[in-house]
Ligand binder design. Structure first.
Ligand SMILES: C[S@@+](CC[C@H](N)C(=O)[O-])C[C@H]1O[C@@H](n2cnc3c(N)ncnc32)[C@H](O)[C@@H]1O
Length: 324
């Protein structure tokens, strides 16, 4: 996956003139804070340099994860095209760009972000899109009192920065602000999966329908040390590679997501939970099934149509029994 051209150019422009050693140092510090899930009362991105490091090294991956999550949800909900978006913990507006790519007819977007440096970076990028964005400088801990509901509400890579009681209150509040669909995306780590499971439990208790990735409303069948997550390959620009000190022209962003809807939807037969293992005339899929179970299934040529469908699937895809 590549960033949309307008976003790529806007990021390049924002990074122009930043000395590489400074960018590397800031990227390294950011990466250490994210990996350790540091919660010391300070925002990870507190100044312009940290915001630039985010644009260079994290935005491409979070964009890819959010974009893929939206695409998986959109497949479950053909015809959905939100006119209004509320994105919370918006950072530089990553989710807005991904939402606009999936549904270009967004008429109004409210982006809530506590970090002034992130907002400034996001405003700079959004100039390129002449986007219908209203930025709000708010801390989610304040309860988002005067915020209007939106058809689509997104919360991407934010829960891991909040203390557990704040997360619970925020999920409840965001559901109350969701006119149609709430999408939450988290890093694809065991801890990220646990946060998604906790949000899923709350949303189910509040009457939400899970649109993706789960093909059922039963408890998650995976048990630690296993965990549910997906991966999206994303191209690394030259500057991205140099800021990270790596040469590989891509990275695989691991992520986990949840799309919760106000309307019941038809679930797929199953979802693919790992890279398929193919052999001659056979493919083995790790599946989460509509009956709430999970496990490996072998599909062989003898199974005809089911095999034809199975061998085309990749990690994260929905398995429809009767595709087309
Ligand atoms: C990892 S970034 C994700 C940004 C963006 N959603 C993305 O996917 O690229 C998390 C964002 O949440 C913001 N954030 C963290 N705690 C917050 C709070 N209490 N109130 C508002 N924003 C917060 C941070 O400043 C940061 O911009």
């Amino acid at each position: 996956m590549e960033l949309p051209a307008a976003l790529r150019q806007a990021v390049e422009q924002a990074l122009e003139g930043t000395p590489l050693p400074d960018l590397r140092r800031a990227a390294d510090l950011l990466s250490r804070r994210y990996r350790a899930e540091t919660r010391d009362g300070r925002l990870h991105v507190g100044d312009d340099l940290a915001a630039r490091a985010y644009l260079a090294t994290r935005l491409p991956a979070t964009y890819a994860a959010v974009r893929r999550s939206l695409a998986e949800f959109a497949e479950m909900r053909p015809g959905f095209s939100p006119a209004s978006l509320l994105d919370v913990g918006a950072g530089p507006g990553t989710a807005f760009w991904a939402v606009s790519d999936e549904w270009p007819d967004v008429e109004s977007a409210t982006l809530i972000e506590a970090s002034g440096a992130m907002r400034k970076a996001g405003e700079g990028l959004a100039q390129a899109a002449r986007a219908p964005i209203s930025w709000r400088s708010l801390d989610v801990e304040g309860g988002l009192e005067d915020i209007d509901a939106a058809e689509l509400v997104t919360l991407c890579y934010v829960l891991d920065e909040l203390a557990p009681p704040v997360r619970d209150r925020l999920v409840d509040r965001l559901w109350s602000l969701t006119a149609d669909t709430l999408v939450i995306v988290e890093p694809g780590t065991p801890a990220g999966w646990q946060r998604i499971i906790a949000a899923r439990d709350r949303l189910l208790a509040a009457g939400a329908a899970i649109a993706a990735p789960c093909p059922h409303h039963a408890p998650c069948p995976l048990k630690a040390p296993d965990w549910c997550h997906f991966a999206q390959r994303v191209a690394r620009s030259r500057l991205h590679r140099r800021a990270k000190g790596g040469e590989v022209p891509f990275e695989d962003e691991k992520f986990i997501y949840l799309a919760a809807c106000r309307h019941p939807l038809e679930s797929p037969h199953a979802r693919v939970l790992a890279s398929p293992r193919a052999a001659s005339g056979a493919v083995r899929l790790k599946l989460c099934r509509g009956d709430g179970t999970s496990g490996d299934e072998l599909f062989t040529r003898r199974q005809g149509a089911a095999f034809k469908t199975a061998r085309r699937l990749g990690w994260g895809d929905a398995f429809h029994e009767n595709p087309d």
